[in-house]
Ligand binder design. Sequence first.
Ligand code: RET
Length: 241
Amino acid sequence: MNTWLWVGVIGMVVGMITIVGLGRRVPEDRVHHVVGSAFICAVAACAYYAMANGQGIHTVTDATGVERTVYWARYVDWAVTTPLLLVGLATVGMPRVRALHAREQNGRIGGLVGADVMMIATGLFASLSTQAHVRWTWFAISCVAFACILVIITGPMRLDAAARGHDHKALYNRLLGTLVVLWFVYPLVWVAGTEGVGALGLNQEVAIFAVVDILAKVGFGLLLVSGSAGLRDKDEKHVNR
Ligand code: RET
């Protein structure tokens, strides 16, 4: 179990260094993708380092008397990193010009981040619940927030990206596909794991989360940074730099 937590630490640190190295090819106006992606890895590296050293872990005794180990440090990690991942995706789709719609776009990002923080916070409450009906109610609420995120990123934000031209549309769709597939693994592992029905043991759960976390942070960050390096803006000619 500890080995997988150390795999998490090393994976995130190596990922961060690779992203920063690759980021040197990214034009100045897209460096925010490099900074965001590198910070995502840095935050996760800290969370994995804490867990590997026995910190950010809590034992819950269920109403039935069964003891469960909750790695709450991952929820702190997710509460910071998932909004950053979504903002990274959102800024690929957002037009640079069209100040007329800036308010709507900022509002949409606010809604997205709000739903995301709600998803993670209610997921933490679910993990810490001792009674099954309370746990599954929190789980359902967290799933509703997840559904809201999916609606926003596959609906209006995707249309915005398509309106920015072929390159942005293609990159947005590639990132969206990767994000959706990987993010679905989290609730599935939660349900199958020790917080849910217990079909997966704690060791397996920790191992799967370590691998998916590396893919969702480092893999997504590499796609975003390498993809944004070669983007051509349709509206670039209107912008004074
Ligand atoms: C929980 C359990 C409750 C129901 C749902 C969940 C979803 C979690 C997700 C986490 C994504 C994390 C990422 C981290 C790293 O980069 C909290 C597991 C819906 C989608 C992408």
